[in-house]
Design a protein around this ligand. Structure first.
Ligand code: MN
Length: 269
């Protein structure tokens, strides 16, 4: 601190003023420190709430956040991994608007309503699915939880400019299990087209081997002790606006042009 101009006038007035200035500076520093602490703790709290893991929906992919009114954990519709017109011309933006914006959103909204006041509030989606599977009195919760999970997995199983050659490690596993990539695609197409009514075709990992399975309605391979690698939605709402009854055309186009082998490879773990 430099010499105060008051010091020439009166020693005690000068001391008082310097003491006051010192006090003021301490108070200001404390205020700045407290504010910094407050801001960093709220940023940390936001971080703690978790985010959608784009490439790893097997592990708690659904973003959870605290509802400020009820303080209950709610499931949030994860953002699409691409623009709604990114899968054209195989899947139109119109189909995505209904499929993602109405159907998938509907499952998330229903799940949030159904779990109010139950033991499932705040649980990871996979846990809700495994704990409600096959229980007659929990069918609605299972259906909406599984459909929420299945759809997030499906969006990630597709990618603009997909198809083509799988990454080397996955290709090796595919060849060991099916002979060729084409044979694997053929088996996926057969499962997808032969699923009677609504459901899903899946590439899964079971005991180190790849396998194709199909499930009806909301059923998930998660409850059958196998690891899903990718899926194709064969509910009519997935293709009817673009292909009407021609499920086989939708399935083949998806396998040739959209299927996300990199996502499947990441899921090998
Ligand atoms: Mn669907």
């Amino acid at each position: 601190m430099g010499e105060h101009n008051c010091c020439r006038k009166s020693e005690s007035a000068c001391l008082k003023k310097r003491a006051y200035e010192l006090w003021e500076s301490v108070v200001m520093r404390m205020a700045v420190f407290a504010l910094t602490l407050l801001l960093s703790s709220s940023a940390y709290a936001e971080m703690e709430q978790g985010t959608f893991k784009k490439n790893n929906p097997n592990q708690g992919e659904i973003m959870k956040k605290n509802d400020v009114i009820t303080n209950a954990a709610v499931y949030v519709l994860p953002p699409l991994p691409y623009a709604e017109n990114a899968l054209e011309p195989v899947i139109s933006a119109n189909t995505i608007r209904f499929h993602y914006g109405k159907h998938h959103k509907g499952y998330v909204d229903n799940l949030n309503k159904l779990i109010v006041g139950t033991e499932f509030v705040g649980l990871p989606l996979e846990k809700i699915i495994s704990e409600t599977a096959g229980k007659a009195d929990k069918t609605a919760i299972f259906n909406n939880a599984a459909q929420t999970w299945n759809h997030t997995f499906y969006w990630n199983s597709l990618t603009p400019n997909g198809g083509g050659e799988p990454p080397a490690a996955l290709k090796k596993k595919i060849e060991a299990s099916f002979g060729t990539v084409d044979a694997c695609k053929k088996e996926l197409a057969t499962a997808a087209t032969s699923q009677f009514g609504s459901g899903w075709a899946w590439l899964v990992l079971e005991g180190g081997k790849l396998k194709v399975v199909k499930t009806g309605n909301a059923e998930s391979p998660l409850t059958k002790g196998v690891k899903p690698l990718l899926t194709i939605d064969v509910w009519e709402h997935a293709y009817y606006l673009d292909y009407q009854n021609r499920r086989v055309d939708y399935v083949n186009a998806v396998l040739d042009k959209l299927i996300n082998w990199s996502f499947a490879a990441d899921n090998l773990g």
